[in-house]
Ligand binder design. Structure first.
Ligand code: PLP
Length: 386
């Protein structure tokens, strides 16, 4: 673990994401000389005569070789000090809410990923106070800070409206008021955006999305800028004692996926750029929401804090909800399903996935662009829009 350590202050970090993604998870065992970390299914590990654990592992809920390898590469890719891998993005997020003292106040985005918003509104309704607000306005964040504000939660780009929040500016506000800043970095992936380098305290990923990349692993992770903090110790305790951990096989699959993450992201960005350009000139489309378009209200911020603009976008249909629902039923290549970040393109009528309380416009279609040939994708949308 911790093979490559980035020092944020001296800016010494020799390897780039493509190299780290391949090498930072390889734990070699002297006995067999495996080049790739093999799947270790043992739940329990040998104790030495002195009562210690010579292999570094005791019981697989507490830690395991595959989880250690995954946490190592995630730490490196987000330029952090440590990582915790969980059984899902939602259990990763829940551990943050569980680690807060009861009565804490949280500032969260008004279009926060609905599954995490639901946790705050249901599971934590009696123990935490939350304001869901528009975070594109920094003054609005300042106005909502209270004496008991312990956490500012941001998600950028957001799901499904692709709104951006200024990570560095909000990090300064959080620091000034003694609150933690946690950034859900799922849409960008660690290849396109590194919130810890912009001052955030912690990053969340739903591994299920771009990091897993093939729609076959459910997982989540938190990465911290400070492994010695009291808050991080509380998170590690929740992971190990609560036990919502990533299994060895899921860790193995995730590590395998990470090795191609940078190259997959290049393809997602290229295809999204071409498709959003095509749609923004289509007569049936009212607007396209994508941070890579100069029409996006925060395009300049996207250029500042992201390396590229990602593979997620949404578009609004001029003819309203009925047309939006018909388009998602008519595509042949785009699969009508929820989730995102896989190699296959997905399309969905988002409001009906989120349910009756949603703020998502009824004429919005969300797309997760895959890695198919761009001409096939454009042809498919062309026939669905006719
Ligand atoms: N954060 C974002 C932005 C998401 O889109 C999702 C899932 O869609 C999650 C968190 C939760 O992740 P999981 O589904 O792995 O629990």
């Amino acid at each position: 673990m911790g093979i490559f350590v980035y020092n944020f202050h001296t800016k010494q970090f020799v390897m780039r994401a493509e190299t780290l993604a391949i090498h930072a998870s390889n734990i070699n065992t002297a006995s067999t000389g495996d080049v790739i970390t093999p799947i270790s299914l043992s739940t329990t590990f040998l104790r030495g005569e002195d009562g210690g654990y010579p292999g570094g592992f005791s019981y697989s809920r507490a830690n395991s070789p595959n989880r250690a390898a995954l946490e190592s590469v995630l730490t490196a890719l987000e330029y952090g000090q440590d990582a915790c891998a969980f059984s899902s993005g939602n259990t990763a997020g829940m551990s943050v809410f569980q680690a807060l003292p009861p009565g804490s106040h949280i500032i969260a985005p008004d279009d926060m990923y609905w599954g995490l918003k639901k946790q705050l509104e249901t599971i934590f309704a009696s123990s935490l106070q939350v304001d869901f607000i528009d975070q594109t306005d920094l003054g609005n964040i300042e106005a909502h800070i209270k004496d008991n504000t312990r956490l500012i939660w941001i998600e950028t780009p957001s799901n499904p409206l692709l709104k951006l929040t200024d990570i560095a500016a909000i990090a300064a506000i959080a620091k000034h008021h003694g609150a933690l800043l946690v950034c859900d970095n799922t849409f960008a992936s660690p290849v396109l955006q590194n919130p810890l380098n912009l001052g955030a305290d912690m990053v969340l990923h739903s591994i299920t999305k771009y990091i897993g990349g093939h729609s076959d692993v459910l997982g989540g992770a938190l990465i911290t800028a400070d492994k010695d903090s009291e808050f991080w110790n509380a998170i590690r305790n929740i992971q190990q004692t609560g036990g919502a951990v990533a299994t060895p096989f899921d860790c193995f699959l995730t590590i395998r996926s990470i090795k191609t993450l940078s190259y997959r992201i290049k393809g997602h960005c290229y295809n999204a750029g071409q498709l959003t350009h095509y749609l923004s000139h289509h007569p049936k489309v009212e607007a396209v929401l994508y941070p890579g378009l100069s029409s996006h209200p925060q395009h300049a911020l996207a250029r500042k804090q992201m390396k590229d603009f990602g593979g997620m976008f949404a578009f609004l249909l001029k003819d309203g909800e009925a047309t939006a629902r018909s388009v998602v039923n008519k595509t042949k290549l785009f699969i009508q399903a929820t989730s995102l970040g896989g190699v296959e393109s997905l399309i969905e009528h988002r409001a009906s996935v989120e349910g009756p309380d949603t703020k998502t416009p009824a004429h919005l279609v969300r797309i997760s662009v895959g890695l198919e040939h761009i001409d096939d994708l454009i042809e498919d949308l062309e026939q669905a829009l006719q």
